[in-house]
Design a protein. Structure first.
Length: 154
């Protein structure tokens, strides 16, 4: 299970050879995964969405259509130092799991998921693939409607 969670939570790594240059942008650090607005590229069959950013090389990768597989992932990972338990009494120990509800965006409807704690951190496995899981943004987990923890997505 641990290896499968690592694989599912690892973002796909794109490189320039995967596609072609279709436009210029004002900085990869200004864009987030799943973003559609502000790309200013026309003439495409379907709308473009950001599927990955490479801030170091200032490259933005886009995919056509809101069903592009690059927009969706089934799991995410949070390092131990980025986990915050609001309810320390419910904190998971290594090799424990907990079914809960999770949101990865402000006001997003809560999603069914399972938390899996390992020595190095926490994996969140969603029942349904989630759109726009973005490193640096927060995931928050709930027991019914009570917020019990949160963390920065790796």
């Amino acid at each position: 299970m641990h290896h499968a969670l690592q694989t599912l939570s690892t973002p796909y790594v794109y490189n320039p050879a995967n596609g072609r240059t279709i436009g210029k942008h004002s900085g990869a650090h200004f864009l987030t995964i799943g973003q559609r607005k502000g790309l200013n590229v026309g003439g495409m069959e379907k709308p473009l969405f950001v599927i990955a950013t490479d801030v170091e090389n200032n490259i933005v990768y886009t995919g056509q259509g809101d069903d592009h597989p690059g927009l969706y992932r089934k799991a995410l990972y949070i390092k131990n130092e980025d986990i915050h338990w609001i309810r320390p009494d419910l904190e998971l120990k290594p090799n424990e799991a907990f079914e809960c509800l999770v949101r990865i965006r402000y006001r997003q409807p809560l999603q069914k998921a399972t938390l899996y704690k390992f020595d190095e951190g926490l994996y969140i496995l969603f029942e349904k693939p989630q759109r726009g899981i973005t490193p640096g943004q927060f995931a928050a987990w709930y027991n019914k409607d009570e917020l019990i923890g949160s963390g920065v997505i790796n």
